[in-house]
Design a protein around this ligand. Structure first.
Ligand SMILES: [Zn+2]
Length: 264
């Protein structure tokens, strides 16, 4: 784990929610050590999915029960890469059921071309959705899945997030799809209510640092989603993170920890 932590801190991979400027900075620049700052530096250089830590493991408990094909429908599918219309005719709609009686629809763009190809990607999502805490899963209306390669993003007001098939495969290869699903669902669960709230701003001001550079760069959008994965993991799987990381969180962002741990 120590080795991984060191690799994680110094290595720069991809970002959870891609931001061109942040990505370019991450790829090009060595961390600016000289920069004088009164607050403590973030624990991680980029975003949580750029770490080598497997916060949520493929073997973790999973509430997924079954999936059914609902039909081909006309759906609003934001984020299409190839100039497709917002309204997609022939979206493959599946419904995943979970043991907490929650269900989440998975909408796969008509560009998948066949029900079988669409279902293969719906199947890649179900166990990851099943690993979400129940209260978070219940805030999700649906998930949009496009073909192609782009980084995931969430639409908190609409209660959904958007994934891309090639990027899903990359993240599965890196053991990161669980974390991506958790991160994007955090946007849906927490952002509207808390991300720009006075309470969260007071918490940020009281703490000395941010968990990642990514959270620091977008404090009103990414801070909760980035921090929540650490707090969730510490509460649900104590000692899965290294002692150094757990201590860092409790020492440097204690107010965030106290706020978020109540949920987990
Ligand atoms: Zn995000």
């Amino acid at each position: 784990m120590k080795k991984y932590l060191i690799i994680a801190v110094i290595s720069v991979l991809s970002l959870a929610c891609k931001n061109k400027t942040a990505e370019m900075a991450a790829k090009g620049d060595v961390f600016e050590k000289e920069k004088v700052n009164t607050s403590k530096k973030p624990l991680f250089r980029t975003s949580i999915t750029a770490t080598e830590i497997d916060f949520i493991k493929a073997s973790d408990k999973d509430a997924f029960k079954s999936i059914e094909f609902v039909g081909n429908e006309t759906k609003e599918m934001p984020g299409a890469l190839n100039g497709e219309e917002l309204m997609d005719h022939g979206t493959y709609v599946f419904k995943a059921h979970f043991s907490d009686d929650a269900s989440v629809e998975i909408w796969l763009h008509s560009s998948f071309g066949s029900k079988e190809k669409a279902k293969a990607y719906a199947n890649k999502l179900t166990s990851r959705l099943g690993k979400l805490p129940s209260f978070m899963r219940k805030t999700l209306n649906h998930v949009v899945v496009h073909t192609g390669d782009h980084t995931a993003f969430a639409e908190d007001a609409g209660g959904f997030f958007v994934l891309y098939s090639d990027n899903m495969d990359t993240r599965i290869g890196n053991n990161d799809l669980e974390e991506t699903v958790f991160h994007e669902t955090c946007h849906v669960t927490f952002d509207l209510k808390y991300a720009k709230s006075k309470a969260w701003k007071a918490i940020q001001a009281a703490d000395k640092s941010f968990i990642t550079e990514y959270a620091k760069s977008k404090p009103n959008q990414e801070d909760i989603a980035e921090t929540a994965l650490f707090v969730y993991t510490m509460k649900t799987y104590p000692n899965r993170l290294s002692n150094e990381i757990e201590q860092w969180v409790k020492t440097n962002i204690p107010n965030r920890y106290e706020f978020l741990e109540k949920f987990f």
